[in-house]
Structure formats: structure tokens, C-alpha cells
Design a protein around this ligand. Structure first.
Ligand SMILES: Nc1ncnc2c1ncn2[C@@H]1O[C@H](COP(=O)(O)OP(=O)(O)OP(=O)(O)O)[C@@H](O)[C@H]1O
Ligand SMILES: O=C(O)[C@H](O)COP(=O)(O)O
Length: 401
């Protein structure tokens, strides 16, 4: 993807008193009382918004939350306002809609440096349809456009893509840029040796990522539920572990591809098996080639942790996507947490460590090591698509630098 023009290139004169439409990703988890349970994505929007506030822009924030079908109060963006206001040090005004007269009035009354948050853009079905009329209405609210919603950049929606056709300039925010610098830049031109760690539940959801990374990495470490498909493809018995029978051929061809590319591919040599998928399961450590009937593999074992950690010692860049085991259950979180700790230590010695979104980010946050990593992606699907080598429509639509 070509380099995109950045919000940092805009001078005070370009934004002072101007209405700036900033697409952010405030799709944050809420509990049953509609309290924000993880504010990572809110915090990540702050540098761009503050930059614009300090230069006297009038800021219109837009986001989606969840996947509502029409106007649904539980998907309102109101619950993010207190935390956002606190982080920005101003009272963020909550609009009652994302387009229309009332919204226009609120924006007209906005002082320089003021911030208004539009209501969930997905309350309009036109948003996800990337309807040009809806995009035009959003665009009519502002003078210029900033996209900082990395987590939604893989969606060609009205507020991420359509709107750029009606608003110039259309530039990338600081979060968007940082995500691209790491997930595209560091992966395309890594300091070597370059290792990828790929886990998660299924090989089928990671085929694109594995194939793309095999072109770039020196070392590929696999963990999580997908390893049992690889074991079975090699003729091991896997008990009642998760296996994708229709992907056995694919697993074999990925192993062959790694060999032909000279990539050192590591599978766990031992696993933690359990007699059921539950916190109170009986569990034991067995060699990868010795999973007993009736037992399922739910984590990588201590020998694998040792080997993986040792192998990572020599690296200069590591990217990680997907947990090593069922980390949501404490007793099967050991492998995932050990990898998180190893990466935190490596970061401290100058290794570039990139956590590619989704559950691996949750795992790193759970052990309190998020701020030790070089980069933690705020995008799940978006980061996977980038790692697969795809271009993101929300990025493509922005002005070239
Ligand atoms: N051995 C295993 N057996 C079954 N499930 C597993 C195993 N190891 C990991 N998992 C599960 O895999 C899930 C994560 O897989 P997923 O492919 O969604 O990872 P991710 O890419 O990090 O997340 P996302 O898709 O949100 O980006 C976790 O819920 C975890 O419990
Ligand atoms: O959480 C995400 O991955 C983004 O906010 C995109 O949400 P979506 O998958 O509902 O488009």
C-alpha cells in the first residue's frame, strides 16, 4: 500500500476553526450495566484527537459499536463519553444521531478545540452498505476527514471509505499510521532473524496468515488448537483434540512449503491434555506423539515452552497472533502467558515485538505486559487481513502522501 498522508502533515492553519470528521474505532466491550470493561481503544484515539484540539479544530468523532440492526439503545456510544472526556480533559458532547439537523446544530455551536461524538453510525443500515447518499450526509457535517479507526479499516463502509469521496483532504490518524508502520512496515522490512508465532483455535482461520508469513519469516512457531490438525496429518493420534479433518492435506502442504522455503517450523513437542474442556478437568502433560484416547490437548507443555523461548532468543523481530492454548481457563493459560512473558523480556533487549490483535492481545493484557511490547494492535480482523498481505479499503481510500 502506498504511504498515506498523515494528520501530522496538517498545519495549524489547515485545521484551525475547521470541522474535522474523525472516524475512530470505539467498538469497546461493555458489561450488562453498559460499563466499558476495556478502554484500550478509547485510549488509543487520544493522540490524534488531542493533536487536533491543540490546533483549534472542531472535532466530530464517529464510530460504530457492535453490530446493531437499526437503532438499538444497548449499542449507543453514550457509555464511552465519560472515559473519553476524562482522557481528553474536555466535556465531549454526545449527539443524539449521526446525521441530521440536530447534529448540524450541535456542530455549529462547537467551539474551537471542542469535541462532539456522533451516535453509532451503524444505526443506519446505509453505513455498512457504503451507501453514497449516507456518506455524502456524513461528509456534509465537516470540512476534512481523518481516519484513525484501524480496527475497522478492513470494512468498506460509508464512514470509513465512502465519505472520503466527498471530503478532502482525507488523511490517516496517528493510531492508523502506527498500526501500518508495525503491521506492514516492520513485517515487510524486518530486522532479522524474524519469527512469527501463530496460535488460535483453527488452522482454517489462519491459512492466509501462515502462507503469507512463510514468505517472510525465518522461524514459524505454531501453537493453539490448530496444532492437532498438523499432528494428525503426520500420523499421530490426537485423542479428542480439536481437528479439522478437511484440512489435513493443507497442513501437510504447509509443512512442505516451510521446508522448501528454508523456514524453521516448530510444533510443540509436548502438550497439556485434559479429560474434558473445563476448569475442573483432570490434566496431564504428554509427548505430542502420545496423546491418549479420550483426552484433548488444551495447552502447550513445558518442553515446548522451553524450546520456543530458546528459539526466540536469537530473533530481532517477533510477531504473534493467536494464543497457545485455552488461555481463558487458568490452568491452560500457562503456555500463552509464558510466551507473553518471553516477548516482554525480549522487548527490553531491543527486539521488536508485535502483537497482532484479537485474543493474543487479551492474553498479554491479562498478564499486565501490554506496555512492554513494541506494538499491540487495536485491530482483530484488520490486523489479520494485513498480515495476510491484503490491502484495507479504509486505508486505500486516503490521500497518498
Ligand atoms: N488447544 C486448543 N483447543 C481448543 N481451543 C483452543 C486451543 N488453544 C487455543 N484455543 C482457543 O482459540 C481461541 C482463539 O482463537 P482465534 O483463532 O480466535 O485467535 P485470535 O486470532 O487471537 O483471535 P481473533 O480471531 O479474535 O483475532 C481462544 O478462545 C482459545 O481458547
Ligand atoms: O472489533 C472489530 O474488529 C472492529 O471494530 C470491526 O467490527 P466488525 O467486525 O463488527 O466490523
Amino acid at each position: 500500500m502506498a504511504t498515506k498522508r498523515s494528520v501530522g502533515d496538517l498545519k495549524e492553519a489547515d485545521v484551525k476553526g475547521k470541522r474535522v470528521f474523525v472516524r475512530v474505532d470505539l467498538n469497546v466491550p461493555l458489561d450488562e450495566n453498559l460499563k466499558v470493561t476495556d478502554d484500550t481503544r478509547i485510549r488509543a484515539t487520544v493522540p490524534t484527537i488531542k493533536y487536533l484540539m491543540e490546533r483549534g479544530a472542531r472535532i466530530i468523532l464517529a464510530s460504530h459499536l457492535g453490530r446493531p440492526k437499526g437503532v438499538t439503545p444497548k449499542y449507543s456510544l453514550k457509555p464511552v463519553v465519560p472515559r473519553l472526556s476524562e482522557l481528553l480533559g474536555v466535556n465531549v458532547e454526545m449527539a443524539n444521531d449521526s446525521i441530521g439537523e440536530e447534529v448540524e446544530k450541535s456542530i455549529a455551536a462547537l467551539p474551537n478545540g471542542g469535541v462532539v461524538l456522533l451516535e453509532n453510525v451503524r444505526f443506519y443500515k446505509e453505513e455498512e452498505k457504503n451507501d453514497p447518499e449516507f456518506a455524502k450526509k456524513l461528509a456534509s457535517l465537516a470540512d476534512l476527514y481523518v481516519n484513525d479507526a484501524f480496527g475497522t479499516a478492513h470494512r468498506a463502509h460509508a464512514s470509513t471509505e465512502g465519505v472520503t469521496k466527498f471530503l478532502k483532504p482525507s488523511v490517516a490518524g496517528f493510531l492508523m499510521q502506527k498500526e501500518l508502520d508495525y503491521l506492514v512496515g516492520a513485517v515487510a522490512n524486518p530486522k532479522k532473524p524474524f519469527a512469527a508465532i501463530v496460535g488460535g483455535s483453527k488452522v482454517s482461520s489462519k491459512i492466509g496468515v501462515i502462507e503469507s508469513l512463510l514468505e517472510k519469516v525465518d522461524i514459524l512457531i505454531l501453537g493453539g488448537g490448530m496444532i492437532f490438525t498438523f499432528y494428525k496429518a503426520q500420523g499421530y493420534s490426537v485423542g479428542s483434540s480439536l481437528v479439522e479433518e478437511d484440512k489435513l492435506g493443507l497442513a501437510t502442504s504447509l509443512l512442505e512449503k516451510a521446508k522448501s522455503k528454508g523456514v524453521s517450523l516448530l510444533l510443540p513437542t509436548d502438550v497439556v491434555v485434559a479429560d474434558k474442556f473445563a476448569a475442573d478437568a483432570d490434566s496431564k502433560i504428554v509427548p505430542a506423539s502420545g496423546i491418549p484416547d479420550g483426552w484433548m490437548g488444551l495447552d502447550i507443555g513445558p518442553d515446548s515452552i522451553k524450546t520456543f523461548s530458546g528459539t526466540l532468543e536469537c530473533t530481532k523481530t517477533v510477531i504473534w497472533n493467536g494464543p497457545m492454548g485455552v488461555f481463558e481457563i487458568e490452568k491452560f493459560a500457562v503456555g500463552t502467558e509464558a510466551i507473553a512473558k518471553k516477548l516482554a523480556v525480549l522487548s527490553g533487549t531491543g527486539v521488536t515485538t508485535i502483537i497482532g490483535g484479537g485474543d493474543s492481545v487479551a492474553a498479554v493484557e491479562k498478564v499486565g505486559l501490554a506496555d512492554k511490547m513494541s506494538h499491540i494492535s487495536t485491530g482483530g480482523g484488520a490486523s489479520l487481513e494485513l498480515l495476510e498481505g491484503k490491502s484495507l479499503p479504509g486505508v486505500l481510500a486516503l490521500d497518498d502522501a
